[in-house]
Design a protein around this ligand. Structure first.
Ligand SMILES: Cc1ncc(COP(=O)(O)O)c(C=O)c1O
Length: 438
């Protein structure tokens, strides 16, 4: 169903039908699961989510950077429907199928790096990270993994250790896996001291606290997602990649959130010509179906013994069909270009708002991955209260905004890349109204 591409409210939020299901949810579903939008969705397409009461919300979050090609993108639906009617599962390690091979071919071609690459498919971002670390340790015969403050890599035991923020991701879930070392992130808005020294400081710390010869891999998000869309200064990523190389370690780019045209390029590390040894992808790869991948240097990917990697569902044929539909859509709709256009609309609107509302401390990001960091006026003191109010206000007007940030004070904007200019502008005007009213 094509949902009309406009914002529309017919009830209070949540509406009566949503309320009923949310009540059932609280009886049946573990209270541990969050709920950002109190509205039960029945359909979605393009940039609009339709709820069971008939309300239409502008989707400014893409289900956390997943539906870059829009919900139920026609090429995804078509390929999934065909695949589901042909066969649903064999387990790729039992009996192979072409879709898996084709997704790996596409990934090997589309990811940065002018060298021979190979891929392996998994189910979730965290699982891709787990496997990238397994590969790096096996290949280098070393154990130390470097990650960064404000980083997010998932919720499994290893990826909890790699993730920086305690609440809500880690609290009470330890002990965590050893040999994961967290380094300071170059966070321009909050960096204390001279940010030009950030790279040298990290390198010095690795040398002193770990020893370059013990380092298996440096794992970093080229733009940190959950941490608050933190864009490191130019030179930071290439410098880390060079340090890894000089020390016989791997440089792993976690592109789970930044990947698949989100930043205006297929992958965010292309911005500075960084060629990671391994890249982890998920989210935007398959238009909403669960799929993830590790792609990297063929000699690294092939070093693992036969059957050393895998899993029952990794690279499921339906998810692979969806990925091929999503990749086809990114190409045919030129969504890299579109991400830049959407980004410009958002940045223009947000910088104009920043002049009016001193709670907006910084506007940052790249392509259609844009955020604002909210502060107490006249300082950099995080301002989480205003964010909560603005998000709630926007929901009551039919716009879904996502939050992020170590200090819970970052509003992030990552709409589907097929959204119209009108909807993005409408969402921005609701945001303006939200700041004016709070
Ligand atoms: C950069 C990054 N890595 C890994 C993950 C984990 O992905 P998943 O939730 O699919 O396990 C996320 C999820 O938000 C992410 O943003």
């Amino acid at each position: 169903m094509n949902v009309p591409q406009q914002r529309k409210l017919v009830t209070e939020i949540p509406g009566p039908k949503s309320q009923e299901i949310i009540k059932r949810r609280s009886e049946a579903v573990s209270a541990s699961l969050g709920m950002a939008l109190p509205a039960v969705i029945t359909h979605a397409s393009g940039g609009i989510l339709l709820d069971i009461d008939g309300n239409q919300f502008i989707d400014m979050g893409s289900g956390i950077a997943v539906v870059n090609v829009g919900n139920s993108a026609p090429a995804v639906v078509e390929r999934v429907q065909k695949q589901v009617s042909e066969f649903t599962h064999t387990c790729f390690m039992i009996a192979p199928y072409e879709g898996y091979v084709e997704v790996c071919e596409q990934l090997n071609e589309l990811t940065p790096g002018k060298f021979k690459k190979k891929s392996a498919l998994f189910n979730s971002g965290a699982e891709a990270l787990e496997n990238a670390v397994k590969i790096a340790r096996h290949y280098t015969k070393r154990q130390a993994i470097v990650v960064f403050e404000h980083g997010y890599h998932g919720r499994t035991n290893l990826t909890m250790a790699m993730t920086a923020k305690n609440m809500p991701y880690k609290e009470g879930f330890g002990p965590f896996t050893p040999e994961v070392y967290r380094m300071p992130m170059a966070y321009p808005f909050r960096h204390e001291g001279n940010i030009d020294h950030a790279l040298d400081e990290v390198i010095h710390k690795i040398e002193k606290e770990i020893g370059g010869k013990n380092l298996a891999a440096i794992v970093i998000e080229p733009i940190q997602g959950e941490g608050g869309f933190i864009v490191p200064p130019k030179g930071f990523l290439p410098g880390l990649a060079k340090f890894a190389k000089d020390n016989g370690a791997l440089f792993i780019a976690d592109e789970v959130q930044t990947g698949f045209a989100r930043t205006g390029q297929w992958f965010a590390c292309e911005d500075e010509g960084v060629e990671p040894d391994l890249i982890t992808t998920a989210k935007g790869i398959a238009g909403g179906l669960p799929l993830a991948a590790v792609t990297g240097r063929a000699e690294v990917m092939d070093e693992i013994h036969p059957s050393g990697l895998g899993g029952t569902y990794g690279g499921n044929p339906i998810a692979c069909a969806a990925a091929l539909g999503a990749i086809e859509t990114i190409k045919s709709e030129n969504l890299n270009q579109r991400a830049k256009e959407i980004g410009k609309i958002m940045v223009d609107a947000l910088t104009a708002m920043q002049k009016k509302y001193p709670v907006i401390g910084e506007v940052r990001g790249r392509g259609a991955m844009i955020a604002i960091e909210l502060v107490q006026p006249g300082s950099k003191e995080p301002n989480g209260e205003i964010m909560g109010k603005v998000v709630k206000y926007a929901q009551s007007k039919g716009v879904v905004f996502l939050t992020a940030g170590t200090y819970g004070n970052v509003l992030r904007f990552l709409p589907p890349l097929v959204i119209s200019d009108e909807l993005v502008k409408d969402a921005m005007s609701v945001l303006d109204e939200a700041f004016a009213n709070n």
